[in-house]
Design a binder for this molecule. Sequence first.
Ligand code: AMP
Length: 233
Amino acid sequence: MNLTLFGPPGSGKGTQAGFLVRHFGIPQVSTGDLFRSEIEAGTPLGEQVRTYLDNGDLVPDDTTLEVVGRRLAEPDTAGGVLFDGFPRTVAQATELDRMLARMGRRMDHVIFVQVPTEMLVSRMAGRLTCPRCGRTYHPELAPPRRANRCDVDGTGLVMREDDRPETARRRIGVYLEQTLPVLAHYRQQHVVSDVDGTGPIEDVRSRILRAIDRRRNGRDGSRRPDGVAEGGS
Ligand code: AMP
C-alpha cells in the first residue's frame, strides 16, 4: 500500500502520518523530515537545501526526487510507504508514478486533508516541534502531556523557523500555486479521498481510517483494485 497524505502546511498531516505509520506498520517518507535531518547532520545536501527551507520555498524537483529515490531503494519501503509532504509539484508526481511503476507499484490512495486557508496560519504559528523525533504539538489543539516536552522522548520543544507567521504565509502561497495542482493529477487517476481536516485530531484520524477502509474495500467509487475506474456510483 502506497499512500500520500496531501494537504496544505498546517493541515495536521504530520500528526496524522505519525499515527498511520504505527497503525499500518509502514514507514513514513516525509521529504521535510529528510531535508531537516540532512541539514542537522551538516551534509552537502543539507547545505544545498537550507535556504529553501528557511525561506519557505520548495526545494528543486531534481534534488527532492533524488532524496526520495534513495529512500525508496531501502528495503523497509518494499511493502509500501506513507508519503507526507511529497509530491509537492506535478513534475514530482509524474516522476513518482514512473519510479513506482519501475518497481511494479503505484500510488494506491491520496488522502486530501482539507482545512480552510484562513485557519492555517494560526495553526502553524502556535506549533511546537520536537527537534529529535519531529513530532508536532500545539498549545491548544494538541498540547504535550508535560509543558514544552515531547511525549515520546522528553526532548524540549522548539518552534520551527519556517512556522513563524511570515514564512508560514509564504508556504501557504507556495502550496496554493505549486502544490494544489498535484491534486488534479491524482483525481485523474481516481485515487483521491477528500477528508475534512477540521475539529479534534481523533475525529480527523477516524475519518482518514474510514476513507482508507472504504478505498481498500472498493466502496468509495474510485478505482477498483484492478485499476478500473468505477465512475459515479
Ligand atoms: P514540511 O515539513 O513538509 O512542511 O516541509 C518543510 C520544507 O521542506 C518545505 O517548506 C520545503 O522547503 C521543503 N520541502 C519538503 N518537502 C518538499 C517537496 N516535496 N518538494 C520541495 N520542497 C520540499
